[in-house]
Structures are given as C-alpha cells and as structure tokens.
Design a protein around this ligand. Structure first.
Ligand code: IDP
Length: 151
C-alpha cells in the first residue's frame, strides 16, 4: 500500500531558468514564461540582468574545457537575460521537456528551442539539469529573500 501511494506522491521542486539574449532580443520573454505557466510551473523569482563575461564564465565554469566556452560566455553577456526560478511538480525534468534538446535542430516540435532558438549556441533558454545543480544555480543569482512562496 505504501508503494502504491508513493507512485502518486507529487514532488514539488525548484529549478533555475535563463531566457537567453537571443530570446530577449526577439521580444518573446512573455511567450516563453507563458509556456512555463501553462505547464503548471510557477515563477517564484524573476529579474532581467546583463551578465558580464566574467559572471557568465563563472556560471558556466563546468564547461571551461569545452571548445565553445569562450563563445558561450561572450554570447551570454551580449545582451540582457531574464533569470528566474520555477517551482512545481517535477520542475527540473518538466522544464527540460518544455525547453527541448540543446540543438534546436534536434528539438521536438512545440518546444521552446524548436520554436524560438536560432542555433546551438543561441538556443533561447537555459534550464538546470538536476535538483542539485538547480540549488547551486538558484543560489548563484538569487538571495533567499528574493524567492517568493506561492500558494
Ligand atoms: P543545455 O543548455 O541543454 O543543458 P549544455 O550541454 O549544458 O546544454 O551546454 C550549455 C550551453 O552551451 C548550451 O545551452 C549551448 O548554448 C552551449 N553549447 C553546448 N554545446 C555546444 C556546442 O557544441 N557548440 C556551441 N555551443 C554549445
């Protein structure tokens, strides 16, 4: 009975999301946020900021050895971005589903990247890949008082 019950237990998670410079420049911030909301994710923090190359470099430090690291950091600091925290049932995976594959050419129809991304580097959105990285990424951009409890 316990196992049966657990299959139906909801796990409320938080994930970290960025609307990247190409999507902000296209003026589709609201359309992208609307997709999160329609999927049942709540925006519990959100702000528009311009990253410096140094801050982008720190955020993407895990990719430091990759050939695309320098291009990624200059692209991420090329214009304003919206950083946000999404909360909801299975938020990490749900957000990854809504985003679509890293390369928009591989992204499923109806996903954000299929609909709005230009290329593998300018690919509209970032989303945490696991609850642990979500916690780190949220703390990188937001203080505790900036996260709003939503009923
Ligand atoms: P993700 O954003 O789907 O989690 P990651 O592999 O974590 O993908 O890569 C981080 C970001 O680095 C990507 O969103 C994309 O902007 C960029 N990137 C990843 N792979 C490449 C590549 O092969 N060429 C250029 N940029 C890339």
């Amino acid at each position: 009975a316990v196992f049966f019950h657990q299959e139906f237990t909801m796990t409320i998670e938080r994930t970290f999301s960025i609307i990247k410079p190409d999507a902000v420049a296209k003026n589709v911030v609201g359309e992208i946020q609307s997709r999160f909301e329609k999927a049942g994710l709540r925006i519990i923090a959100s702000k528009m900021i311009r990253l410096t190359p140094e801050i982008a470099g720190k955020f993407y430090e895990v990719h430091k050895a990759r050939p695309f690291y320098n291009d990624l950091c200059s692209y991420m600091s090329s214009g304003p971005v919206v950083v946000q925290v999404l909360e909801g049932d299975g938020a990490v995976l749900k957000n990854r589903d809504i985003m679509g594959a890293t390369n928009p050419k591989d992204a499923a129809p109806g996903t954000i990247r299929a609909d709005f991304a230009e290329s593998i580097d300018a690919n509209a959105v970032h989303g945490s890949d696991a609850p642990e990285t979500a916690a780190q990424e949220i703390a990188f951009f937001f203080s505790g008082t900036e996260l709003c409890d939503r009923p």
